[in-house]
Design a protein around this ligand. Structure first.
Ligand code: 0RA
Length: 658
């Protein structure tokens, strides 16, 4: 093994990205001391973040034009390898630091090496703390670089080099392989979730057309003795992304409209499609990072859509007979769009830094989209007419919905407390400490009323399946008894802004915890999906504020004589049986499977599911709700093939719940 010592030999060639471009900024002790500051958290989210940090670097190589495939492997011990076929991290000597560039990249904070503005640094975006953070937060990391005909290796322990960079052989390829094992002293959990990695990789494949991402899970072996493995690749990019999202919806126009443009170093790619549903679905990205709160790129997109369709409708006299105004929202009902911009120096704003702030981007996106949409409308008059007809339908429906809503909301004010008769309210009047349980079925509702702590827990039973929010017209929603009850119990109302956008007024929100409590069976999980879909579409801010939870009733009770234990998983059940059984066939150990809430009495329901000291609540994230919305449209929609495919795909690996 020759050690890399010879500075002369390792000097960068002219024009190449040499070690001198890499700046040294900070030490890694800070990262270990306050990991949350760098990767957001040390829970499962932070754990997965480590993978994205490394993958983002490889994607930068792809964006720079040098990398076509990135393979991620989950090893049996939950260590991770990320392997790419890029140029390989430079290994030449850093002039000032007198160290190999590889060591600098791996051990100095923010030394990603890409400080020139011409390359889009994905890693310069929202997270982008650099691969050195991953190193600092791993018990062990090995970096292997193939470059200039050689294979180099350096290993680290908790961020510190265990030796010099070593040449371990010759190599014809180029690329980087990073293998790391997250530090159990830092992370609360060390288990990687296949689905989390797979979902983001699918998204990354759509966002970076031509790039292949491969995911291999060495913890799972199938019938043929092969590791679970999947490739993610898209030639169509965003166009395919939109088709994927709308797979279960009925298209209004034949094909998505695809926009690609570039202005002032800002790259714009948009794909949009209209379906027959009533919702607007926009996903937006800046340098591959999802901008959940939208921002200037989304504003530019909306502006172009509104402007072009308004102009087109007016020019052709389509709006003449309408008796009321068309608002911005009406142009976007049934619209699904993905907006992806690549901005050299993105500014992020908003509470969670999920909103693009660069003001020049609004005009750029608006012009790019406007130009393509203008041509499209001229060339596709039949499709254009279908969209305009839908816009008119949307405006009419919005008008009807407003009337229905005003009727419900006004009635409320007139009838005293305005609270639904079925609500068993709590005595507290402080929303911060009050909880509302939405309970499936009147009988479980009755048990919950007996079992609750009435000081701060309110119960609203929901009868059967609440109205199918997928198919119902908006005004029907406000006429539905269960849904009206939810609005009035919660104390929220829906109002419209100037754009026709529905805004949830939460000023009088009565509970800051809303707990969905359903049976732990297939029907129960469908109802959870349904309620989440409703929240996602009509009360999204409640989810965004973290007010919505799902109760987790136990699945089993294992009993022996007077002793008993509640179990939430198969594993707990096995452990409980093992703990109680005093021999192979101990028949005194009884297992009770709880299929529904109705099988528990009030006391049991309290101690397992409602008591804040012992219960398990799953907080619903906006992603959970969005996924519920997608699953729901698929399961309840008219289209059969994707539904069958979904059920078959999920029968193999996962449960259909959310
Ligand atoms: C600094 C400079 C160059 C590439 C990289 C870093 C790089 C980093 C990672 C991390 C994972 N895979 C990577 N691939 C490359 C440019 C190298 C050149 O100019 O040859």
């Amino acid at each position: 093994m020759d050690e890399v010592k010879d500075q002369e030999e390792l000097k960068p060639k002219a024009g190449e990205y040499g070690a001198s471009n890499i700046q040294a900024l900070e030490g890694l002790e800070a990262v270990r001391k306050r990991p949350g500051m760098y990767i957001g958290s040390t829970d499962t989210k932070g754990l997965h973040h480590l993978v994205w940090e490394v993958v983002d670097n490889s994607i930068d190589e792809h964006l720079a034009g040098y990398c076509t495939e990135i393979e991620t492997i989950i090893h049996p011990d939950n260590s991770i390898s990320v392997k790419d076929d890029g140029r390989g991290i430079p290994t030449d000597m850093h002039k000032k630091l007198k160290k190999s560039a590889l060591e600098v990249v791996m051990t100095v904070l923010h030394a990603g090496g890409k400080f020139d503005k011409d390359t889009y640094k994905v890693s310069g975006g929202l997270h982008g703390v650099g691969v050195s953070c991953v190193n600092a937060l791993s018990v062990h990391l090995k970096a292997e670089v193939h470059r200039e005909g050689k294979a180099f290796v350096q290993e680290y322990g908790r961020g510190k080099p265990l030796g010099e960079v070593a040449v371990v052989g010759t190599s014809e390829k180029t690329g980087t392989i990073i293998t790391f094992r997250p530090d159990p002293e830092i992370f609360e959990t060390l288990e990687y979730k296949y689905d989390i990695l797979a979902n983001r990789m699918r998204e990354l494949a759509f966002l970076n057309k031509g790039l292949t991402l491969k995911l291999t899970d060495e913890r799972e072996i199938d019938e043929n003795g092969e590791f679970r493995s999947e490739y993610f690749h898209s030639e169509g990019g965003l166009k395919e992304f939109v088709e994927f999202i709308d797979a279960s919806k009925q298209g209004l126009i034949d094909e998505p409209i695809h926009v690609m443009g570039k202005e002032e170093n800002v790259e714009v790619e948009v794909a949009l499609h209209y379906n027959t549903s009533f919702t607007e679905t926009i996903y937006s990205y800046v340098n591959n990072i999802n901008t959940r709160e939208g921002g200037t790129h989304v504003n530019g997109f909306r502006r172009a859509v509104n402007r072009l369709f308004k102009q087109y409708g007016e020019d052709n006299g389509f709006f003449k007979k309408l008796k009321f105004n068309i608002s911005g929202e009406d142009f976007r009902e049934g619209l699904t769009a993905i907006i992806s911009v690549k901005v050299p120096e993105p500014q992020f704003k908003g509470q969670t830094k999920g909103e693009l702030g660069n003001s020049e981007v609004t005009g750029i996106v608006s012009r790019c989209v406007g130009e393509v949409l203008g041509h499209y409308l001229e060339e596709h008059p039949r499709a254009a007419k279908k969209i305009i007809d839908k816009v008119i339908l949307a405006a009419t429906a919005r008008h009807a919905a407003r009337k229905a809503r005003e009727l419900v909301q006004r009635k409320n004010v007139l009838t005293g407390s305005g609270l639904p008769g079925k609500l068993a309210d709590c005595s507290s009047r402080s929303p911060e400490e009050s909880e509302l349980f939405l309970v499936e079925g009147d009988s479980a509702g009755g048990t919950a009323k007996q079992g609750r702590d009435r000081n701060f827990q309110a119960i609203l039973p929901l009868r059967g399946k609440i109205l199918n929010v997928e198919k119902a017209l908006e005004h029907k929603i406000y006429e539905n008894e269960e849904i009206k009850n939810m609005f009035t119990a919660l104390g929220v109302t829906i109002e419209e802004n100037d754009d026709g956008e529905r805004i949830l007024n939460m000023e009088k929100l009565r509970y800051h915890k809303i707990v969905i409590m359903c049976d732990a069976d297939v029907d129960g999980s469908h109802i959870v999906t349904l309620i989440l879909t409703f929240f996602f579409r009509y009360m999204r801010p409640l989810v965004e504020n973290g007010f919505v939870y799902i109760a987790q009733p136990p699945l089993y009770m294992v009993k022996k004589g007077k002793q008993f234990r509640y179990c939430w998983t198969e594993e707990e059940r096995r452990a409980a049986v093992a703990a109680y059984a005093s021999g192979e066939n101990d028949t005194s150990v009884k297992i009770q499977r709880y299929k529904g809430l109705g099988e528990m009495n009030a006391e049991q329901l309290w101690e397992t599911t409602m008591d804040p000291d012992t219960r398990i609540l799953q907080q619903v994230s906006i992603d959970d709700a969005r996924e519920a919305d997608r699953v729901f449209s698929m399961l309840m929609g008219d289209d059969v093939p994707p539904r069958r495919a979904f059920i078959e795909a999920n029968a193999k690996y996962a449960k259909v719940d959310v």
